[in-house]
Design a protein around this ligand. Sequence first.
Ligand code: 13P
Length: 257
Amino acid sequence: MAELRRPLIAGNWKMNGLRQDSLLRVENIVTALSKISNSTFETLICPPATMLGMISSSIKGSEIFLGAQDCHPASSGAYTGDISAEMLADIGCSHVIVGHSERRLAHSETNKIIFEKASSAIAANLIAIICVGESADQKADGQTKNVILSQLSASLPPHSTSANMIIAYEPIWAIGTGVTPNKYDVQEIHSMIRENLSGIVSSANANQTRILYGGSVKPSNAYEFLSLPDVDGALVGGASLNWEDFMAIAACCLDRE
Ligand code: 13P
């Protein structure tokens, strides 16, 4: 693992939690992080949009970054129910997830929409976490690499760099299932993503871009993934709802090298 890519442990809470339990979870993470001297990894929390303001206040002074789970492509306008990247930056977000498979599937989001969302995020000075990954059927058809390469080439804005974009590889069949790819397959896909990135952004940027793995990451398997040379962190769903599990996953970064 190149030192230039500081691992990121990101918690995607999805549509879970109410304010009281969520605040308690964040406070526990803040306290746990304050007890370790940490220049090894970064921590990001992506709560539901209703809690962004509250959590933005509660993490002030800590090293935790705040992210949203989605944004609208436009910066403002007549889009009832939507939230723009500019609004997310205004409330204290530094990151936003775009193109999560749950949004691609449930909201029919195409690569073109994800491209627009990522562009809008970058324009608002947010770091766009662009998710890619194949379905179980695509994997069974031997289409994994093609799917990921086409998602990458169609959803990355031309002005994306290692400073404003992170890739998350999340095989759909591994999300919330407890089933994961083996470490060799994860390394192979991450390395292919990095190689391909050098044709989209520069090769210097490709070397510096963080590529996260997501899909049933838990304390028991995190080290295996986080110790792979092209895995630069994790995008954690279910296990991030338990602060001790989230911290145990993050602590695996301390043992790498
Ligand atoms: P799980 O960790 O619950 O499998 O979710 C992964 C994910 O979708 C993170 O974005």
